[in-house]
Design a protein around this ligand. Sequence first.
Ligand code: NAD
Ligand code: MG
Length: 326
Amino acid sequence: MTEDPSRRDLLKGAAAAGAATAAGPAFAQAANGGPAPDPQTKYTDQPFPEQRQKWPALQREMHPVPDCGERSYRGSGKLTGRKALVTGGDSGIGRAAAIAFAREGADVAINYFPTEEPDAQDVAKLLRAEGRKVLLLPGDLTDQGFCVDLVGRAHRQLGGLDILVNNAAYQQSKASIDEISFEQFDRTLKTNLYAMFWITKTALPLMKPGSAIINTASVNSFAPEKELLDYATTKGGIAIFTKALAKQMAKKGIRVNAVAPGPIWTPLQVAGGQLPGEMGKFGQDTPLGRAGQPAELAPLYVALASNEFSYTDGSVFGANGGTGAV
Ligand code: NAD
Ligand code: MG
């Protein structure tokens, strides 16, 4: 007997929800439906408890655990058959994009730092339960040879590459330039700018017309926090790289866009992204009065990857709680 597709989807959803429970978000939103919630209170508007983890921090050990759409994101075939590589796909915004891409029908390769294996395994468990191909490709993006190799492996093992998300980043808050060591500056630029260049340059000859590159910029690309001098410098660079590369790649039919998030509750923030003692203020000064959750950005990544947005190129899209930075 042939299985009823709607029943099959339901079962898949149930399996995915089960897998999500292992390291599920603390305040996951229910699946869509009913009246739209007030964006001010959609998630918690309470200050986050002070917390610090050793870099790069694990999402599953955060309080509360961020929501990457594990239980809420519903796909509708927007990326059926596509092959995507997402850096920093184990946690935070990259994880939300990876989950959404897979639910839209894409096969996904994620890169992450090797010590983030537990978060990566949580993502893999979730997506495999839905029947998608998930490749785990750990390694250090500050290593040029690794970046080149990463692209080749993703392309070979996925059987193509249509979507590239340069999302990984290093962010350490320091009150003054005096406290930014030469090593920190070097690591921030290597992770956020050099790796993006190495990966993109290697990927482009493998990408066909209709492919899309999405870079993660920041409100800091336009309105830098004074405690994020080195990081904001790279984020400004990412926004400009996006616009300039889009002009080069238009003739090849490859679109290049960026997402510029505001304060989003992710491991980056508890691994030195905020100054000690500041966690309680995180996101509270936005017009919406709270930090965002990674799940709230996933639809932007899907839109920019999808052919529905075929005339959107060289643009940067904000998701920042109303700060007006982008
Ligand atoms: P996150 O910690 O979940 O993601 C960052 C990822 O970068 C890590 O998971 C890690 O896998 C990866 N990474 C860092 N250094 C690496 C290295 N050397 N090798 C391999 N991987 C490495 O945090 P996030 O906030 O989701 O960050 C994703 C993107 O969003 C980043 O580009 C960040 O700058 C951007 N962003 C975040 C915020 C925010 O408030 N969270 C705001 C604006 C922009
Ligand atoms: Mg991580």
